[in-house]
Structure formats: structure tokens, C-alpha cells
Design a protein around this ligand. Structure first.
Ligand SMILES: *[C@@H]1O[C@H](CO)[C@@H](O)[C@H](O)[C@H]1NC(C)=O
Length: 309
């Protein structure tokens, strides 16, 4: 819908993917399976860590919260997207759109910080094993978690409030499958330069800061692992990092694909594909990485199976 100058938008339309109306059955089914897998995987991970006392360590404390965060941000996006595949009307209210951007912004940022906190945890565990229980105390873990949520909340509330204080009068059709900031800014008729700059500063800071923490931690971890003389010891030290490194590689791989420049004609569809991966696939993959590649999680699962049958 084209709007007359001066009318303020009260609801938006989420256009989704180009040509989605032809394949909506398949798309609906695929994303439903992905979402159900995400729910089962992450809820399962949270419960498993709660039940198994062998997993009550700082690493699993963070992993449990990572599962919760993944659950929240995929739930902010996917149910509405599924509804829009089926429905003929693809609208979302102004407030709904705001809430979606806010929730997505909080948890997507929090995800980065929890992964960084996990890198610090691995660093202390491997480079300073004697003081590990003292340094990574319950209190410190809680503080790191609270700081992650604080960063998420700051990012999301600042960016969301500036975005939605703009005037929207060009059109109300968001060329995306959820209310992400760049496609919303494209609809504003007030000057968006400040909002774009603000978003770039926040996203840039959050990305660079967490990447630096991860790189520093893993540089020290690698240096420590190289010094271990026995192959078995080296393997053991590395195996505790393997799942975490895999998760980080996938997440930052998706993010760099999203933010690195690409040809402008395909930009919007390209941007959507990257967001699907980042917002919908990553939360599904994370619990798989941690349960498939992780010896302790496998043991905990076996223990539960034995108890049940
Ligand atoms: C921050 O918040 C914005 C808007 O809510 C969101 O688009 C962005 O992905 C968030 N992430 C980071 C890393 O800052």
C-alpha cells in the first residue's frame, strides 16, 4: 500500500521472500520443522543441564543460558513468519513490529556476549586450572550473564526507540520476513542518517568487542595447548573447546556473510537469506553442536536414558 504524505503508519506488511506465495506449502513445512527442532533441542538442553548434576559447571551454566537466548530470539521471529506463510494478510501492528525488533535485538546481542563469556571460561579453565573454581565462581558467572543482558538491552532499546520515533509515510511494506532495522529504515520519510549511524556504532562495537575477547582467549588457549607435552592431555584440553569453537565459527561466519559487502542488485534477497541463517538456523544448530560433539553431554544423555528405561 502506498501512503499519502502525512499519514502515519499504524501497521506494517511483511513481504517475506520474493515469490514465496508459490512455494508457501514447502516453506511453511521447512520452517515449521526447523522451529520445532529448535524448541525441542534448546528446551532439552536446558532440562538436561538442570537435571544432571555432573553438568553444574560454569561452562554449562553459560550453555544453559545460551539455549534460553536462542529459544527467545528464534521465537521472536519464526512464529510470525510461519503465520505469514499461511495467511493472506501478512500484516503486523506497529507495536508488534516494535516488540519484535526489541526482543530480537536484546537476545541476538546477548548471544554474542554469552559466547564471549564462554571463551573467557575456557581460557581460565585451560590456562589457570588451579584457580578456576575461585575465578569462575557462581557470582562471577552471574555477573557476566547480567552484563550480557545489559549489553543486549542497551543495544535493542536505544536502536528500537530511535527507529520507531521516525515518521513512516512512504509505504508500510517491509521487504523482509520480520521487523529488522534496515528494511524498516527504508520506509521512513524522516532523515534516517542518525539512526543508521547509531545502529552501525552499536553493532560495530558489539561485534568487534566480542570478537576481540574470543580471539584473545583462544590465542592464549592455543599457546597453552601447544605447551602440553602428552598427546592425550592436548586432546582432552582441546575437546572441551571444540564445540564452542564450532558454534562461534558458524555464528560469525553467518554474521560476516551478512555484513560484508556484496553486489547491490541481490542485496535484499541476500540479506534475507543471511538473516534466515543467523536468526533461524543458528538457534537450531547450537544445541546439536553441543550434544553431538560433546562427551559430557552424551554421557548425561545416556545416564538419563538408563534411568528412564
Ligand atoms: C542490536 O539491535 C538492533 C536493533 O534492535 C539489531 O538489528 C541488531 O542485530 C542488534 N545486534 C547487535 C550485535 O548489536
Amino acid at each position: 500500500m502506498k501512503l499519502h504524505n502525512g499519514t502515519q503508519v499504524t501497521e506494517f506488511v511483511l513481504l517475506g521472500f520474493a515469490g514465496q506465495h508459490k512455494f508457501w506449502h514447502i516453506l511453511f513445512l521447512v520452517f515449521l520443522v526447523i522451529y520445532v527442532t529448535t524448541l525441542v533441542g534448546n528446551v532439552g538442553m536446558i532440562l538436561l543441564i538442570k537435571i544432571d548434576s555432573g553438568l553444574h559447571t560454569p561452562m554449562y551454566f553459560f550453555l544453559q543460558h545460551l539455549a534460553f537466548v536462542d529459544l527467545c530470539y528464534s521465537s521472536a521471529i519464526t512464529p510470525k513468519m510461519l503465520q505469514n506463510f499461511i495467511g493472506t494478510e501478512k500484516s503486523i501492528s506497529f507495536t508488534g513490529c516494535m516488540v519484535q525488533l526489541l526482543v530480537y535485538g536484546i537476545f541476538a546481542t546477548c548471544d554474542l556476549y554469552i559466547l564471549a563469556a564462554m571463551a573467557v571460561d575456557r581460557y581460565v579453565a585451560i590456562c589457570n586450572p588451579l584457580h578456576y573454581p575461585v575465578i569462575m565462581s557462581q557470582r562471577v558467572c552471574t555477573q557476566l550473564l547480567v552484563a550480557s543482558y545489559f549489553m543486549g538491552f542497551t543495544n535493542a532499546s536505544v536502536n528500537t526507540s530511535f527507529t520507531f520515533s521516525l515518521k513512516f509515510c512512504k509505504s508500510n511494506e517491509i521487504n523482509h520476513f520480520f521487523c529488522d532495522e534496515p528494511p524498516i529504515l527504508a520506509l521512513a520519510c524522516s532523515n534516517v542518517d542518525f539512526s543508521i549511524m547509531l545502529l552501525a556504532v552499536f553493532v560495530g562495537f558489539n561485534l568487534v568487542f566480542t570478537v576481540l575477547i574470543i580471539i584473545f582467549s583462544y590465542t592464549y588457549i592455543l599457546a597453552a595447548i601447544v605447551k602440553i607435552s602428552s598427546t592425550a592431555g592436548r586432546k582432552k584440553a582441546f575437546s572441551t573447546c571444540a564445540s564452542h569453537l564450532t558454534a562461534i565459527t558458524i555464528l560469525y561466519g553467518a554474521l560476516s556473510y551478512m555484513y560484508l559487502p556484496h553486489s547491490s542488485t541481490e542485496t535484499q534477497e541476500h540479506e534475507k537469506a543471511a538473516s534466515v541463517f543467523y536468526g533461524i538456523m543458528v538457534p537450531m544448530i547450537n544445541p546439536m553442536i553441543y550434544s553431538l560433539r560433546n562427551h559430557e553431554v552424551k554421557e548425561a544423555l545416556k545416564g538419563i536414558r538408563k534411568k528412564c528405561f
